[in-house]
Design a protein around this ligand. Sequence first.
Ligand SMILES: [Mg+2]
Length: 380
Amino acid sequence: MKIEHIEFYHVSIPLDEPFMLSWVPGYPMTENQFILVRMTTDDGIVGESAGISIGETYASYGPTISSFIVGRDPFDVEGFLNMLEVEGTMGLRLAWLEPAFWDIMGKACGQPVYRLLGGGNNRIRAYYSTGELREPNRRADDLIQMRERGFKAVKLRFHNLDWREDMKVVEKAREVIGDSMEIMVDANQAMRYEILQPGPRWDLKTATDVARALEEYDAYWLEEPLDRGDYEGMRELRQRTSIRIAGGEINWRLQEFATLVQSRCLDILQPDAAYVGGISTTKKIAALAQASGLGFEPHTWGNGISLLINMQVMASSLQCKFCEFPYDPPSWTLEGRDGILAEPIDIDSEGFVHVPEKPGLGFVIDEEKLKKYGRKVFEF
Ligand SMILES: [Mg+2]
């Protein structure tokens, strides 16, 4: 079997209202934009994947990318990863293409990918992963609604210039939900976007103060409290607090995770298949976490396809306890997130997501919606 044909679509789904993502201060996101790749093999199997990228870029890189995909055996994932490694060094980060290979393999074998990876259970507890900074009372109202919807865990964003403002949201959250939900906190300090407005810049002392304050509220983890390369800082922070330190969503390559583990930086590893090196590398990081006695809670954000890709690895790994469920209505909704899928991904009444039992990655593109929101930017 070999890949014969490749297409890239630039997808742009309008959001109901501007999404004020906390990690890019001052930037109102009005559309969910990403690239959809569609690869077709010589026997007609279609594999798809998606990455968060600017579409026009792929019109110019299309010839280069297609030159190392067309003609390739979709079962030779290791060979493809080696190619991605070379391209990555040259400046193209294309790990998000690899899940399309798994989509093809799953369809060829008639099995969902999580089963090809050795998983036996397709249910994962979802956590309500917020994206915006909201006033304590408004967030408390959201939490009451989300608990009724079934969520048993929430991740709150810390991104005010003064973290004590963020702490007020945690305080209010605990007041209204008591112990009925786990609370995670994400500081998004691993990479600092300051395109339009300055954001908070935590140092080790700030991270320590926050972690110690969170101990009082029994937070489950503190995510990305320091720069992703501050290995010494993360190791020291872990010594200073009982709160679990999580991170790794934008780290790249298996080797960076090996360094994070060897340097004792994290309690919980959070690779994202779209960044780190595809489903294969994420699964290898699950093994690294298991062998090191660490947590493994993959990150996901962006669109329903990336969510399903990461869910496949989550469902194949016994130490994964939670599934990140990006959701912050009324701006970040299921429709805005999953807008080109025939069926949006949702939780059940007990707060679990289910990996579809369909062969491959488990999603079906709604061709009418793709026509409406997508534009083909390259084909070979
Ligand atoms: Mg995060």
